[in-house]
Each structure stands twice: as structure tokens, then as C-alpha cells.
Design a protein. Structure first.
Lengths: 108, 108
DNA sequence: TTGACATATTGATGACCATCAATATAATGA
DNA sequence: TCATTATATTGATGGTCATCAATATGTCAA
């Protein structure tokens, strides 16, 4: 069975998680900063719950810095998952999106 | 809000639906043929339910032929949805998978 | 160590949804 | 028309999961 595609789709199949991923795109945020960025949509435990799920799916990366945890979107894995979906469900299409931006963005 | 990406992810976020899409990849099947292909996993009403949902998400195409309905996977739309995901959540990657196989497959 | 802060975990609740049996609708052939 | 076949719809049921308040865990500063 094709389990990675399923886990990926399930992780993406929630509006709050997609919003979280958008907030984490191209920057590192702490949990509290993320809660603030979501402007009262959801409480901190809910955000932590979603972050745990997204981390488990490989869609976010984490860095502990003192008592803070910084999260960011893992574009590489998301791209790989989309590639998998395309390979399986769109064999008549050319696929394999490729990284164009070589430098890694790091926490300052 | 980015609703198409959400509807796509929700449609893909189920094992039975992914199995159905695999069965409908590159061929047209009637509902009953699909039920048979799924080898007793699920009953006909369940298959019809999933097909309705997938059709609503644009992921399958339908043709009525007498009292039969033929379904097939819509690779174009799935590719477009993956492209949307990549555009939003992987801006550092090159995207836009492209059709390589120009002829349309039709029902004989 | 203690107190303050940041995040995770727990347990409860309600909403959504996958599934099924039963039934309805629709189309065909006789 | 009627019987048959193909598919959709309905209504019920159980499971999964998003959310929250409350609490626990962990980390630093003093």
C-alpha cells in the first residue's frame, strides 16, 4: 500500500493545518508566535496538536532554542509527496518538481 | 482562502478513495466493475458515495452509456491541484508538471 | 531552589464522515 | 406495460478527529 501519499493527504486535509503551513512557509516561528499569527482562530493546545501531527508527517521541521521551539515548513518533503501523488495518479504527466533555490534558510 | 487545495486534500485523505483512483487510472470502469475490482473491500453504495465525492472534487470524469456510468481518473485536474499545492507550499521549488502524453484516452 | 514562561499532554465533547442495509430512481429489453 | 439491471439516495451507526480547559513537563533566570 501507498502509505506516504495517504499520510500526506490526511495531514493536508484540514483548514487550520493548511493555515499553519502557510504561516510557516519560508520562516521559523515559535508556537506562541504561531498562535498569535493565527489571530485567535485556535488556542495553543490545538496548535501544538497540529504541529505534532505535521511533524510526524514530516511536513515541518523543529529546532529547540532554550525553552522555545521553532517550527518551519519542510518544502522538500512536501514537494516529494506531491511528486509521489503525481507519479501514482498522473502517469501521463511529467513530474518531479525540482529545487531552484539552493541555499538553505536557517534560524538567525 | 485557498479552497481548491483543501477540497483536493480532503478528497485524497481516505484509503478507499485512493484505491478507487488507482483502479480508475488510465481506464474507464462502471460502478459495478469497480466494486468487483475492489474485491469485497466495500459495497456498492459506499463506492457510489466515494465516486460522487470524487466527481464533486473534479478528480474523476463520468460518461453515461445506457444504464451504465463509466468513471475514469481525471489526471489533468489532479496535476493542477498538485501544482497549486507546490505553488503555495513550496515556492522555493520549480513546479508546474506538464502533460507529456498528448492524445486523450476515450471510451471505446 | 524558586518562580515565571513556553510548550506538551490529558481527558472530555461535539462534529464530521465512512460504511452498510434497505430502498428509490432510472434505463433497458421483452 | 412489466421485469430486470445499474446506480443513487436515505437513514442509522460507529469511528475518527478537531477543539478546548485544565494540567503537566520542561527550561531558564535570579
Amino acid at each position: 500500500m501507498n502509505d506516504e501519499a495517504l499520510q500526506f493527504a490526511k495531514a493536508m486535509a484540514d483548514g487550520t493545518r493548511q493555515e499553519i503551513l502557510r504561516q510557516l512557509c519560508c520562516r521559523w516561528l515559535t508556537v506562541n508566535a504561531l498562535v498569535l499569527a493565527l489571530e485567535g482562530q485556535v488556542r495553543q493546545p490545538t496548535v501544538s496538536h497540529h504541529l505534532g501531527l505535521l511533524e510526524n508527517a514530516g511536513l515541518v521541521r523543529v529546532r529547540q532554542r532554550g525553552r522555545h521551539r521553532h517550527y518551519t515548513l519542510n518544502q522538500a518533503h512536501l514537494t516529494s509527496c506531491c511528486g509521489e501523488l503525481l507519479r501514482v495518479y498522473a502517469p501521463d504527466y511529467d513530474l518531479a518538481p525540482v529545487r531552484i533555490n539552493e541555499e538553505e534558510r536557517e534560524l538567525t
